[in-house]
Design a protein around this ligand. Sequence first.
Ligand code: AMP
Ligand code: TRP
Length: 338
Amino acid sequence: MVFCLPNGMKPRVFSGVQPSGDLHIGNYLGALKNWVKMQADYECIYCIVDLHAVTIYQIPSELRAKIRELAGLFLAVGIDPKQATVMVQSSVPAHAELAWMLTCVTPVGWLQRMTQYKAKAATQETVGDGLLQYPVLMAADILLYQAQIVPVGDDQTQHLELTRDIAQRFNSLYGETFVMPQTHLPLVGARIMGLDDPESKMSKSSSAPGHAVALLDPPDVIRKKIMRATTDSRPAVNFDDLGPGVRNLLNIFQAFSDWSDAEMRAHFEGLGYGETKKRVAEMVIASLEPIQRRYREVCAEPGYIDRVLREGAERVLPIANSTIELVKERMGLYTFAS
Ligand code: AMP
Ligand code: TRP
């Protein structure tokens, strides 16, 4: 679906990924693959959200390395810095500035209800205030650029609803200021489940070795992880009665291949699980191979990643600053007399 603006301007897209853990095929199929498709038709801003990552303690040297690795992966999957903007959240201070202004219009109860907050808080000995504020910062990321469309995986829909609630509340208190962003989910791949546990979402934070396929996993590791994926005791693929493990594997295959439901059925119906897993593994390996090759090329070019990130921040700064000026004006905060 292409959203049209009357003056021929492209609608703006914003999305982000945290530079924590290893980027996996769930992140790729749920978010990044869509980002690449959108860059020709929209004005896209893709952000490495390092301020979100530090809501849970990160070892500084590892975080620093992860930010560059993630930027390299953005470029390797096909995000073209000539078409789309790639930037790091903390390099544009207005993200944190707007987050504070939005915090002041957000009832605490809205934040305490967030399912990701409850799940993450339960794993922490002491819960930092940043973890509670996390979705307000996310709202600030989006509203700072007046983004119309936000391509994410299914796990972010609640945060996007909250973003709209915050924008609406701000608009009703201070007058029309923010554009209402829409959530954009992929048709297939919006929720890839763990290979070891198909009842839970594939997640960067799981430490189980067979849980996720990372984008930079070598072929033999991918093969091993998929061959060991949890399935069920049925003898073969039956599309009318799929267990969650097999459904997840077929979902992964379909999201990588872009095959139709009919093609999937013709290819896999009645196939034994061993052979099914082999085919899924080969599809994943073949799809990740060009990404991994491109990643090595991008990293081998001295200074390239830092140049892209610097230019990205410079490109979005005027948009960010003009929103901050507008919000200050609306709220009655001090602005220098011109
Ligand atoms: P995160 O890993 O939380 O930084 O997520 C980055 C992006 O990947 C977000 O748009 C998520 O919705 C998406 N994502 C994360 N895990 C999955 C998954 N298991 N399946 C589909 N999309 C996912
Ligand atoms: N919370 C998102 C996630 O974990 C990452 C994120 C931060 C984001 N800011 C955003 C996604 C703005 C979309 C738009 O996946």
